[in-house]
Design a protein around this ligand. Structure first.
Ligand code: GRF
Length: 200
């Protein structure tokens, strides 16, 4: 299964995924990192790991649709089977969603449908929940609204700061994303409306 990871920032999930694929024999390969920020640290990680990059500057294009049209062509040229959004901080349009519906997933640092959007760890702390977590879901046109594939909880501890809780959320993300990619790569995940089933 040929994967494109989309990321805008640090890329720790990208790195965890590439390492898990290589070390754990997941039948997949990350073919390219798509990035909208030329200075993002994910690009250094990609260089060290020997993964190709496709970098674009949104302001060079008249619209989101214009750069997404080029991205779709690039993904088709590379025969990409699955898009993994891992900290990609841009809204996406039907130009990207439609050709990849059911073949595009996102990792989100909260137990959806709680705390969608940005700053989800901060939102969870401010709300006072005792348990938050991580969600991996298919991407539809909405903001973190697509069918849920996998979730894992993370306890909020007394005295947690955004940083301490984020660290534990990230540690869980680095396990859950590769585990989910393995299930998809092994053909064990079925999508039917909002319902996702996983064959054991
Ligand atoms: C992760 O918390 C992910 O859930 C969210 O963006 C963050 C990306 O972190 N969508 P990193 O760049 O992979 O370190």
């Amino acid at each position: 299964m040929r994967i494109a990871v989309f990321a805008s920032g640090s890329g720790s999930n990208f790195q965890a995924l590439v390492e898990a694929i290589r070390e754990q024999g997941i039948p997949a390969s990350v073919e390219v990192v798509v990035c909208d920020k030329p200075s993002a640290y994910v690009l250094e990680r990609a260089r060290s790991l020997g993964v190709d990059t496709y970098v674009f500057r949104p302001k060079d294009y008249p619209s989101r649709e214009a750069y997404e049209t080029e991205i779709v062509a690039e993904l088709q040229r590379r025969s990409i089977d699955l898009i993994v959004l891992a900290g990609y901080m841009r809204l996406i349009t039907p130009v990207l969603v439609e050709p990849f519906y059911g073949r595009m997933i996102n990792i989100h640092p909260a137990l959806l449908p709680a705390f969608p959007g940005i700053s989800s760890v901060r939102q969870a702390l401010d709300y006072g929940v005792k348990v938050t977590g991580v969600t991996v879901h298919y991407v539809d046109g909405g903001m973190d609204t697509g069918p849920i594939i996998a979730q894992r909880s993370v306890e909020v501890l007394p005295g947690d700061t955004e940083e301490s809780l984020s660290d534990r959320v990230h540690a869980v993300e680095h396990l859950l994303l590769p585990e989910t990619v393995r299930l998809i790569a092994e053909g064990r995940v079925t999508l039917d409306g909002r319902m996702v089933s996983i064959r054991s």
